[in-house]
Design a protein around this ligand. Structure first.
Ligand SMILES: *Cc1c(COP(=O)(O)O)cnc(C)c1O
Length: 376
């Protein structure tokens, strides 16, 4: 079968990214963040690959449903699945699902901590606590530290299995940005407090991709990489010191359905947007139904040595690309067009032009785009 459009996922590059990550953080264990279907790349395939080829055993998801799906698809794989945000542990039925499928909720509030410690379902489950050290999104608040320690002590537990926090500004300078400094300091205080109260902390983590790129594991036992596994840097341009040499693992391919010549002013597509100059329109088989949003309008892609620009509105199933007049006779229907490939620079440029970030571009890809896995 010939696919209309597809995302090619190169497992060899995924593999070499993990090797590079291990070189950057030789002492740390990897808790691989593969939420949102591994940032659009397909969590089932990438989990299986990382488990079998790199002995990664811990994986981070956002929702209970994501974790249940992986358990169901990979029943013979003994991995740990952590649910980070949409954990819903207050629902009795969810507690049972956690228990039956051994999925570990990350506890991010005092009320959930209370529930967790009191629930029979979780009695023999590892205690994983996430603290808010300044990001002010999820997490047990720094000001609730004493209360949290008290609850843990009263429950009879003497261990926190994994203590973590999440950085708000990891894409900015880690050693100079005030928020980063404050968060790391707060995290150290939290660890000290637990220990001084006689509670052992088995494992800890702070670093997401941005932090890992800059400073590795930050002295913690674990790292929690997401984006970097798939290639792109998550640092702002001025911060990229070249430490992360990961490669893009995916390329988004489509093909040209039709071409036709246009003149400056020719109306194109919905809304009859006038062409800004003479040239050749190529209609490609990707639209917002595939995850290409109207933010792509005006951004450029290269094809056969020509630079074309998304022209007019992105449609549900198609988009128009305007090439210069010289492309006439050179660019034809049926040709494969690549929206991004292994070239990270041009991918990051696409992010800039569309005013998005790599995370968004990846996650927007819809299920209509088949993911094809290759080992090169
Ligand atoms: C998503 C997430 C990560 C991974 O972040 P990246 O920037 O993709 O590396 C790490 N930790 C937590 C808590 C997350 O939610």
């Amino acid at each position: 079968m010939r696919y209309r459009s597809r995302l090619i996922v190169n497992l060899s590059r995924f593999s070499s990214n993990i090797d590079k990550l291990k070189l950057l953080t030789p002492k740390a264990e990897i808790l691989a963040m593969i939420k949102a279907d591994a940032y659009g790349h397909g969590a089932v395939h990438l989990l299986r690959f990382a488990f079998e080829n790199h002995s990664i055993r811990e994986f981070g998801l956002a929702t209970l449903a994501e974790a249940l799906h992986l358990r169901k698809e990979l029943p013979d794989f003994k991995f740990e699945a952590y649910v980070f945000s949409d954990s819903q542990i207050s629902l009795a039925v969810c507690q049972e699902w956690y228990q039956e499928n051994r999925i570990i909720p990350v506890i991010s509030s005092l009320s959930d901590l209370n529930l967790f410690l009191q629930s029979r379902c979780f009695r023999y489950f590892p205690l994983v606590l996430k603290f808010n050290t300044g990001m002010n999104r999820l997490g047990i608040d720094f000001s609730e530290l004493v209360e949290a320690i008290d609850l843990v002590k009263k429950s009879g537990r003497r261990h926190v299995d994994h203590l973590m926090t999440h950085l708000a500004n990891a894409s900015l300078n880690l050693s100079k940005n005030k928020m980063n400094i404050r968060q790391v300091n707060n995290f150290n205080t939290i660890k000290d407090e637990f220990r001084s109260c006689g509670i052992h902390i088995d494992r800890t983590s702070i670093s997401n991709s941005g932090a890992i790129e800059q400073a590795g594991d930050l002295g913690e036992s674990h790292i929690r990489p997401g984006l970097m596994l798939f290639g792109p840097s998550s640092l702002i341009a001025s911060q990229r010191a070249g430490k992360w040499t990961g490669e893009m693992i995916s390329s988004l391919e489509t093909y040209i359905i039709q071409t036709y010549p246009v003149q400056k002013g020719t109306p194109v597509g919905y809304g009859a947007s006038p062409c800004p100059h003479d040239g050749l329109i190529a209609v490609i088989a990707l639209g917002y139904g595939d995850g290409l949003s109207n933010r792509y309008r005006g951004s450029s892609i290269k094809h056969r040595g020509f630079t074309g620009k998304f022209c007019g509105r992105v449609n549900m199933d198609m988009a128009q690309i305007l090439f210069p007049p010289q492309a006439k006779g050179e660019i034809r229907a049926g040709e494969r067009v690549t929206i991004w490939d292994s070239d990270q620079e041009s991918f990051l440029q696409l992010c800039d032009q569309t005013e998005t970030i790599p995370y968004e571009i990846f996650c927007q890809l819809s299920s209509r785009v088949p993911r094809i896995y290759r080992l090169e």
